[in-house]
Design a protein around this ligand. Sequence first.
Ligand code: C5P
Length: 229
Amino acid sequence: MARARPQLHLLISSGSTRQPLDAVRFLSNYSTGFMGACLAREAVRRGHRVTVVSGPAAASLPVEAVVVPVERNEEMQAALRRYAPRADAVVMAAAVCDFAPRALRTGKAQRKQAWTLKLRATPDIIGTLPRRPGQVRVGFAVESRDLLARARRKLQAKRLDLIVAQPLERGGAPFGRQAVTAVLLAAGGARPRLLKRVSKPRLARAVLDEIERRCYADSPGNDAPGRTR
Ligand code: C5P
């Protein structure tokens, strides 16, 4: 008789992040957190333990998940650093704010004066997290061109096991959309898997299938997490 597979601990980042410009304004993106919420729901449904580090988001998260609310990149990074060493898988579904102002203005900038913003790129989070042996890492990438080549570069540079590459569709990013197109690119040279116009719950199932396959592989009797690399 097949033995029950042990529960995994999934750490999921979700939503957007905000980088302040002055006391009342910020830079961010259109992420609604729906993809992260679908991943959390699917993981809970499969009986896993779920921690969600969530930036500002509209989508609601399952009550079974431990939710750690954050706002800025630095807060998201600090929270993920705290939980990552105990996670079997880290899924970086958050749309991290890629830019921050070079200088933060104090108080509230006045409209009378024009304001030229100088931005700097923010440091990568997923690539800098402490990693326990065997931990599975999943990232997401939205690209306006060269989808596969860019996603493949990020898969390597960020030392991911899987990247969910999504084309910037006509009319904008996949943020807030019901149906999306995605290519699942796994480390190790497996053939990319195209999921054309699928719902986000369906995409979450495909990602969870891949995480479970990797976490349960190579373990004694194929039923315990703890693969080493
Ligand atoms: O923005 P980019 O395309 O590089 O995002 C790819 C992956 O890296 C995503 O999973 C995103 O959450 C993550 N990321 C990150 N730190 C950043 C920017 C993105 O971990 N500063």
